[in-house]
Design a protein around this ligand. Structure first.
Ligand code: CDP
Length: 218
């Protein structure tokens, strides 16, 4: 059996990787998995149960209970910054990551629609899909990313203060990059795309040029 093409997109918070992943998936007719939503779902499940996301036992139970059709995966509360914080705590736990590995690999090897998959996250090119045909590492300065996140939160009707979002983002970058398990870093064969000075269309066009060179036109 020949394997289906996989596009791996990694990068820090609010770098624009989610938007890129959705547009590439739509263009190629591939299925898309936002793997951050899995870690967010684990964090949210623990918070909803009145628990502590820093507790490994509680986080692991929530990760083991997560299944592909779970309604928590599409819950609007997933996008909150308190949930992002909880997600980055549970994401530093080896056993939680191991519990979510199968979900992600199954999606990559047998994607809905059967044409190919786009996965975005922090360790797709380095750990989940090391043999992906195309790997992108999408980044931007922390100041630009904080501004983007403030706009996203405001568009969702939430109150956001740029200084606080910036500090939260720096703390999360630090935790994601320094953790012992699956730290955020580009794969050696990833195309690094800095979107600091690019709008969404420019970032998409640069990404598409690279993806075409790897897997051909959409
Ligand atoms: O949307 P944003 O980039 O802010 O965050 P996200 O992609 O939803 O990820 C939330 C958190 O989950 C991150 O800060 C990481 O700690 C963790 N995560 C991870 O460790 N590995 C992944 N593949 C995806 C997310």
């Amino acid at each position: 059996m020949t394997s289906l093409p996989v596009i791996a997109i990694d990068g820090p918070a609010a770098s624009g990787k989610g938007t890129l992943a959705r547009r590439l998936a739509a263009g190629y007719g591939f299925a898309h998995l936002d793997t951050g939503s899995l870690y967010r779902a684990v964090g949210l499940s623990v918070l909803r149960a009145g628990g502590d996301p820093a507790d490994e036992g509680q986080a692991l139970s929530a990760a083991q209970a997560l299944s592909p059709g779970d309604s928590v995966l599409t819950d609007p509360a997933l996008r909150g910054d308190n949930v992002a914080h909880a997600a980055s705590l549970v994401a530093a736990m080896v056993e939680v990551r191991a519990a979510l590995l199968k979900f992600q690999r199954d999606f990559a090897t047998r994607p809905p629609g059967g044409r190919g998959a786009v996965l975005d996250g922090r360790d797709i090119g380095t750990g989940i899909c090391p043999n992906a045909e195309a790997k992108l590492f999408v980044t931007a300065s922390v100041e630009v990313r904080a501004e983007r996140r403030v706009k996203e939160l405001q568009a969702a009707g939430l109150h956001a203060i740029v200084e606080i979002v910036l500090e939260d983002m720096k703390a999360r970058d630090e935790r994601d990059s320094r953790r012992a398990v699956a730290p955020l870093r580009p794969a050696v064969d990833a195309f690094v795309l800095d979107t600091s000075a690019l709008d969404a269309d420019q970032a998409f066009s640069a990404a598409l040029t690279f993806i075409r060179s790897r897997i051909g036109p959409a």
